[in-house]
Design a protein around this ligand. Structure first.
Ligand SMILES: Cc1ncc(COP(=O)(O)O)c(C=O)c1O
Length: 333
C-alpha cells in the first residue's frame, strides 16, 4: 500500500466524479458556448460573493491573471516570503507581466499588518518601485496550512484601502479555511479585488481553478487567458469535476483536518499548529527521512534541510494514517 502525503494535488478522481465528467454537456468555451463551464464559473463567483468567474487550468494561472490585472509592468506586488506566488510560480509575474516583488518574513505564513505596513511604498516617485498590490494566501501552503487570522486580514484590507492598493487572494485552499474556521466563503473572499481558488487540491478534481472578481476585470482576464494560450474548448468535462467536488467534497475536508492533527500528535508536532490538512515537521535530515519513508511506501515532501511536509487528502484514509505514523516514526528515529 502506497500512502502519498506529498500533496493534496495527488488525489485521483473518484468513480462518481468520473461519471459526472462523462455525462457533462459541453461546447466550445472559447466561443463562450460550454454550459458546464459557465455553470461552474457562476457557481464559484456566487459562493465567493463576487460578480463573475473565469475557469483556468491551474492555480498558478489564476494567481498570474489576478496579479497582472492589479499590477502594471515596473510596479511591485508585496507578499510574505513563503507565498506560493513568490516562491513556486517560477518567476511568472516577472517573466510575463514585468512585476517585481518585495516580501515580508512571516512565521507560519501568518499575516501581520505591521510587517505589511513597514514594506509598502505606494506612489514611491521616480526613484523607488511603487507598490501596486498586496497578496494574501489563505490557507497558507508552505506556512503549514495556516488559516489567516480574520482581524489581520481586515487590518491589511484597511491599509490597502487607505493607500489605494489592490488586493489579490490566493485561495487555492480557501475551502479548507472555510471548513476549519466556520467563516463563510463569501466572508473569506470579501474585500479582495481578485480571488483565485483551486478545485484540484483538497476538493479532488483532476484539473482547474477559478478566478473571481468584477465582471469588468474578468472580461479582461478572459482576454489574457487566451493570450497566455489557455483558452480551452470542450472543457465542460473538467468543469463537471469541479461542480461534483463542490457538491460532495467540501464538508469532508474536516476529515482531512482531523487526520492531519492525528499525524502531528503522533509524530511529536504541536497539533495546535495544525489548522487544516498540512503538517510541517522540523526534523534533522528531512531528505533522508523522505527517502527512508518512501522505501516503505510512505511518500512525504522534504522542502528544506529540516522541513518535512505531510498533506492529508481524499485518497488517504484512517488505515493510511496509521501506516504513515508507523513508518515515519521509524524513518525519523
Ligand atoms: C497556495 C497555492 N497557490 C497556488 C498553487 C498553484 O496551483 P497549481 O499547481 O494548480 O498551479 C498552489 C499549488 O500547490 C498552492 O499551494
Amino acid at each position: 500500500m502506497i500512502v502519498d502525503l506529498r500533496s493534496d494535488t495527488v488525489s485521483r478522481p473518484t468513480p462518481e466524479m468520473r461519471a459526472a465528467m462523462a455525462a457533462a454537456e459541453v461546447g466550445d468555451d472559447v466561443y463562450g458556448e460550454d454550459p458546464t463551464v459557465a455553470a461552474l464559473e457562476e457557481r464559484v463567483a456566487g459562493l465567493l460573493g463576487h460578480e463573475a468567474g473565469l475557469f483556468v487550468p491551474s492555480g498558478s494561472l489564476g494567481n498570474q491573471l489576478g496579479v497582472r490585472l492589479l499590477v502594471s509592468p515596473g510596479q511591485e506586488l508585496v507578499c510574505d516570503s513563503l507565498a506560493h506566488v513568490a516562491r513556486a510560480e517560477l518567476g511568472a509575474a516577472a517573466v510575463f507581466a514585468g512585476v517585481t516583488f518585495r516580501t515580508w518574513p512571516a512565521t507560519r505564513g501568518r499575516l501581520d499588518v505591521d510587517a505589511v505596513r513597514g514594506l509598502i511604498a505606494p506612489d514611491a516617485g521616480p526613484y523607488l518601485v511603487s507598490t501596486a498590490a498586496i497578496e494574501v494566501e489563505n490557507t497558507h501552503n508552505f506556512g503549514g496550512g495556516t488559516v489567516q487570522p480574520a482581524e489581520q486580514v481586515a487590518a491589511v484590507q484597511q491599509l490597502a484601502r487607505e493607500h489605494g492598493l489592490g488586493l489579490h487572494l490566493d485561495g487555492a485552499r480557501l475551502w479548507n479555511a472555510h471548513v476549519a474556521s466556520g467563516a463563510s466563503l463569501a466572508d473569506l473572499a470579501a474585500g479582495f479585488d481578485t480571488v483565485s481558488v483551486c478545485l484540484s487540491k483538497g476538493l479532488g478534481a483532476p484539473v482547474g481553478s477559478v478566478l473571481v472578481s468584477t465582471a469588468d476585470r474578468i472580461a479582461q482576464a478572459r482576454v489574457w487567458r487566451k493570450r497566455y494560450g489557455a483558452g480551452m474548448r470542450q472543457v465542460g468535462i473538467l468543469a463537471a469535476a469541479g461542480l461534483y467536488a463542490l457538491d460532495h467534497h467540501v464538508a469532508r475536508l474536516a476529515d482531512d483536518h482531523e487526520r492531519a492533527r492525528r499525524l502531528a500528535k503522533a509524530l511529536g508536532a504541536d497539533p495546535a499548529t495544525v489548522d487544516t490538512n498540512i503538517v510541517v515537521l522540523d526534523v534533522p535530515d528531512a531528505a533522508g527521512v523522505a527517502v527512508r519513508a518512501a522505501d516503505q511506501g510512505v511518500l512525504v515532501s522534504a522542502l528544506g534541510p529540516r522541513f518535512l511536509r505531510l498533506v492529508t487528502h481524499l485518497d488517504v484514509d484512517d488505515d493510511g494514517i496509521e501506516r504513515a505514523i508507523t513508518v515515519l516514526r521509524g524513518a525519523i528515529g
